[in-house]
Design a protein around this ligand. Sequence first.
Ligand code: ZN
Length: 140
Amino acid sequence: MLEKIDHIGIAVHSIDKARSFYEHALGLTCEKMETVDSQKVKTAFYRVGELHIELLEPLDETSPIAVFLAKKGEGIHHIAYKTDDIRAQLDQAEQQGCHLIHKAPITGAGGKKVAFLHPKSTFGVLTEFCMKGKDNDHAG
Ligand code: ZN
């Protein structure tokens, strides 16, 4: 079951450049920065009420974020839904004809289990499912 929107991912060329907007123009506080090797990205998380804004900066040009930036430029990259059962969620999406980018969850920021659905099968929005990792209790 989907519980809530967990975060919105935003692709940027440089977190260093983007953070002054989030921290000074919006007045948000950066909760954490983390490099996620599985996706070749650097991330920065800002809490806004119940959800987070996740800034995504590519680590190199082979990063999926670098590919996205080259095609579409900076902007909203994905929407992430928190689920209590990521495997059931993936099975349900696949049964309904969605193209899964990850057939099985991978480890994302904060040690969470994450998996993506391809935007071609989700009406244009890269869709992430995420679930707390077993060894990780705090939100991210
Ligand atoms: Zn995400």
